[in-house]
Design a protein around this ligand. Structure first.
Ligand code: CMC
Length: 389
């Protein structure tokens, strides 16, 4: 047949039709179901946004109340999953625990394999949205050797997540509302981002006829990578390595010589600015009001200032992305760096669910199976072992 189009990284290949998230990278626009993300970040809750992504419309107050109630009743995780998380080595990365926990759900909820049954699909989406914060919090508690905290029915989605993370035996943990709102805003900003690497992984695995949990498990694996969700963790590593403001110019020089990448900079789609980075920068101020200023912030600001004026970054259209500032907030909230990508995975689950559902209900979707340009040998003759070399 005709030679396939060579498009490594799918820079110019649309893998699907989608009505969920709209991005205009040149204009710096991000919309969920047509609503600009800054409006959602200013006025909505994460579960409201999850509903919007899944059903295509903002919920009425009644719909939202019943949606929240359904998700909140599914926060509890099977005790065997607790043991599964417990069985990991003490220093295991929490993303590995989360990936395993989500993948295991397929075995606890066999209805998930009925991918053509709309009721089963919805039920399992609700289960996953309910349980992902619990598993994420337990993955963290396991790392620090603390008892696991069970979900509290009286708390909302984000407040309950914070309590499961930080509750101690000595005192009742109640999040500062400024902290919990900042995390909610971060959740909304991370909820979906059309066909990014992990969402593509979810759809690709789904295209073979896989259930939600198996597909999202694969998405968590993709998100783990330092060029994707792992970037916020890498940003903090970089800021620590730089250490002091006076060493910023040397670091930038190294980046320009190709010795390192400026983590948290650049984006496949956003070539003028990342609209999420703008909103997060404002959340930084709110959080630092509660926690005190993170000393690494001054290094980050200096890096940004120098990079935005430097010909190397300007000509390549490299700007701060969502991860440049999110790591600073997470660190100020005293999350260890390994948790940063988990804090991306929890809200992105809403997007993965919506994209999985859209893929499953799209009559045009086929098993995803790209072509290649073969560059190897042809038609060689086998040489038996004793006649080689
Ligand atoms: N620091 C220094 N140079 C860079 C950077 C960077 N962060 N990003 C891109 N470049 C250079 C790159 O070397 C290349 O230069 P040249 O044309 O001279 O070879 C040019 O810019 C184009 O880069 P690319 O790698 O072809 O661009 P891409 O669209 O394939 O990569 C990216 C996008 C996000 C993977 C990349 O910019 C990067 O590695 N950034 C750092 C990691 C990061 O912050 N990732 C988070 C992305 S946002 C959250 C998410 O979606 O997970």
């Amino acid at each position: 047949g005709p030679l396939a189009t060579y498009d490594p990284g799918f820079m110019n290949t649309a893998s699907c039709r989608s009505a969920i998230t709209y991005i205009d990278g040149d204009a710096g626009i991000l919309e969920y179901r047509g609503y600009p993300v800054d409006q959602l970040a200013a006025g909505a809750s994460h579960l409201e946004v999850a509903y919007l992504l899944l059903y295509g419309e903002l919920p009425t107050p009644d719909q939202l109340a019943s949606w929240e109630k359904q998700i909140n009743t599914h926060r509890l995780v099977h005790e065997n999953v607790r043991e599964l998380i417990d069985a990991f080595r003490y220093d295991a990365h929490p993303m590995a625990k989360l990936m395993a926990g989500v993948a295991s759900m397929q075995t606890f909820y066999p209805s998930s394999r009925r991918i053509d049954d709309p009721e089963a699909r919805e039920m399992n989406i609700i289960r996953l949205l309910g349980k992902i914060p619990t598993m994420a919090a337990w993955a963290y508690r396991h790392s620090i050797g603390r008892h696991f905290v069970y979900p509290n029915d009286e708390l909302g989605y984000v407040d309950n997540f914070l309590a499961m993370l930080f509750q101690s035996q000595q005192r009742v943990y109640r999040a500062d509302p400024r902290v919990s709102r900042a995390l909610e805003v971060l959740f909304i900003l991370h909820a979906d981002h059309e066909q990014n690497c992990s969402t593509n992984a979810v759809r690709s695995v789904a295209s073979a006829g896989n259930d939600l949990f198996t597909s999202v498990g694969a998405g968590i694996g993709a998100l783990f990578g330092p060029l994707h969700g792992g970037a916020n963790e890498a940003v903090l590593g970089m800021l620590r390595e730089i250490g002091t403001i006076d060493r910023v110019p040397d670091f930038i020089a190294g980046v320009k010589e190709g010795r390192a990448r400026l983590m948290g900079f650049g984006h496949r789609v956003y070539k003028n600015y990342d609209p999420r980075a703008k909103i997060i920068k404002r959340s930084c101020d709110d959080v630092f009001e509660v926690t005190g200023v993170n000393p690494l912030l001054s290094i980050a600001l200096e890096l940004e200032k120098i990079a935005l004026e430097d010909e190397y970054f300007v000509s390549r259209r490299l700007y701060p992305n969502v991860d440049f500032y999110s790591g600073l907030i997470y660190e100020a909230l005293r999350f260890p760096p390994e948790m940063f990508t988990v804090l991306f995975a929890v809200p992105r689950t809403a997007g993965w669910c919506a994209q999985w559902l859209e893929n499953m209900t799209d009559p045009d979707q086929k098993i995803m199976r790209p072509k290649q340009i073969y560059t190897g040998y042809r038609e060689r003759t086998f040489v038996p072992q004793d006649q080689r070399g």
